[in-house]
Design a protein around this ligand. Sequence first.
Ligand code: GRG
Length: 364
Amino acid sequence: MKAVASEPALARALHRSYILRVSSDTDSFEFQVSEHLRLSGVYWGACALHLLGELQSLDAAQVVSFVRSCQRGCGGFGGNLGHDAHMLYTLSAVQVLALFGALHTVDAGRVMRYVASLQRPDGSFAGDEWGEVDTRFSYCALCCASLLGKLGDIDVAAAVRYVRACENFDGGYGCEPGGESHAGQVFTCVGALAIGGELGSVRSEELAWWLCERQTPGGGLNGRPQKARPDADVCYSWWVLSAMCLLRRDGWIDGEALRRFILSCQDEEEGGIADKPGDLPDVFHTFFGERGESIHGTDGVPPIDAAHAMPASVMEQLRAEQALEPSRTLRGASPPRPRRGRPSSVPHRRLQRARAAPRRRQSS
Ligand code: GRG
């Protein structure tokens, strides 16, 4: 009888061991070269373990204490002990504390004073005191404020106006007004608009077309048009899909082909997920690969809040706690939960036919 090849599946136990191994092997090359972004590494690793139902494998008290020691006098957090504060690591710190149910251990008002100090008159945010401006930092500011239940501490209307000014003719978004559309920036802008309560201002159809055209013949996703092949990278499973989820159009891509691509990037002997098939795995791509699985509801990975990039269960708990606080200033409800499956109005086959047909582009 012919042997039936076993279906590929997420190697959950191997990924758990991989994350724990690379987090504790402090002498490794990878650990040494990621010193400057340790706090984000902790977020990727802890969140990946949470999605595997294995957060308890980490020593919560040790992680929370490390995060708190990265806080600087200004209220923001650096990427590691003694490093300068930056918006990127301030968000990672807040996310890790939320994952461990330890947000109450920091003074939220102090963190928000740092975040608010980086908002400029045009509504944009700088990443740190040196002034680089990018829509990534707008997202970090809005996400931090939302997780801390303190959206009222920043000028949300101005922040949203700035993000909207970064929209391009193709429906995508860049890192500043006029900047090239890129899937990473699309995530930050759509996430920022969702948190700011202005998701309705997105040209959803145009943007969803641009996003679903990021799927390559191998099933993976790339970050922008006109890339040389092979250009798909596992991290775009998150940047693209989360934006599509928020727009409720995640069914416009072929989820099964994407799943096959993500699984083909797994190291099936040592664990971990790489950016592309055959490359060495790392924690960043392990985290984003799992998230792609989460959005499609496959391999038992639980749902994720696409706007806050946090497990949905953690967000539910946080919102329940904040609802009890009289000072809560969050405007409106949480953004829509990620949808599972494809919307019936645009079945995948119809989309493929539509892709093959010529279509009119909106001019700038
Ligand atoms: C909490 C999930 C989360 C994020 C925090 C930092 C941040 C907010 C978002 C970053 C969004 C972003 C810009 C992602 C893109 C990352 C990436 C793979 C960049 C590579 O850029 P290129 O130009 O890659 O080298 P391509 O693939 O376009 O050639």
